[in-house]
Structures are given as structure tokens and as C-alpha cells.
Design a protein around this ligand. Structure first.
Ligand SMILES: [Fe+2]
Ligand SMILES: [Fe+2]
Length: 135
């Protein structure tokens, strides 16, 4: 796989992390439940850290991170729908990272993606636990 293709794939991840960072940061401002708000805030910081790691991989390979994100979907007005939206975002990231780890043949990139994947799985578990307690 050439550098150009690796950069293209990493930019898909970068934009997804950018969207997750903004969605979680915003939701943490409006969620009333203290635990859910704090967790969402902490995870938004993780997602921003993922942006740094990916941007580092992209620029090292001669690319530029793209900031062209889609229209943001924050979930609905209530905590349940916000958590469901956040779990969906984690699922999308996990699917993408699992796929990319299989097809990318750059050891450094794969190492970083595996680390991010582990964190996304933890995020999903933490959001699911809070959602599960609400039923
Ligand atoms: Fe992330
Ligand atoms: Fe995540």
C-alpha cells in the first residue's frame, strides 16, 4: 500500500475522531446527569488525543489532516439517545479500525491504530454500562 492510500485512510479516521471530539464535548456541556457528563467529557479528550496521534502519522508521511467533517449528529434531547448516538460513533470507529488494521502494511500505523482500537472498545463499554443502568 502506498503512502497516499495510507494518508487517505488515516484522514477518514482523523475526521471521525474530530466529529467524535466535538459531539462528546458538546454533549458533556448539556447532559445533566453528572456521571454521564463527566465520562463523556473525559472521552472527548481521549478522542482529541487520537486526533493528535493520527495527525502525527499523516504529517510524517507528507499529508495534511483534513478538517472537512460532516454535519454533526449529537443524538436527541435525552440522555438515552445521546448515549446511543455515542455508542454508534464508537461502533463505526471500531469497524473502521479493525478493517484498516487488516489491510494496512505499515507497522507504525498499525501499532497506533491497535492502541486507538483498544481505547474505542473501552469507551463503548463505558457508554454501554451507563446506558444499561438506565433501564
Ligand atoms: Fe477515538
Ligand atoms: Fe472512542
Amino acid at each position: 500500500m502506498d503512502n497516499k492510500e495510507i494518508i487517505r485512510l488515516l484522514n477518514i479516521d482523523f475526521v471521525h475522531e474530530l466529529e467524535a471530539t466535538m459531539i462528546y464535548a458538546y454533549n458533556s456541556f448539556i447532559i445533566q446527569d453528572c456521571n454521564a457528563s463527566r465520562l463523556t467529557e473525559a472521552i472527548s479528550v481521549d478522542e482529541m488525543r487520537h486526533m493528535w496521534w493520527l495527525a502525527d502519522l499523516i504529517t510524517k508521511r507528507g499529508g495534511k489532516p483534513t478538517m472537512e467533517h460532516k454535519e454533526l449528529d449529537f443524538g436527541g434531547e435525552d440522555l438515552k439517545s445521546q448515549l446511543k448516538r455515542q455508542i454508534q460513533s464508537e461502533n463505526e470507529g471500531i469497524d473502521e479500525y479493525v478493517h484498516q488494521i487488516e489491510i494496512i502494511d505499515d507497522e507504525e500505523v498499525v501499532g497506533v491504530l491497535k492502541h486507538i482500537l483498544d481505547e474505542e472498545k473501552r469507551h463503548r463499554k463505558e457508554f454501554r454500562e451507563i446506558l444499561g443502568k438506565m433501564d
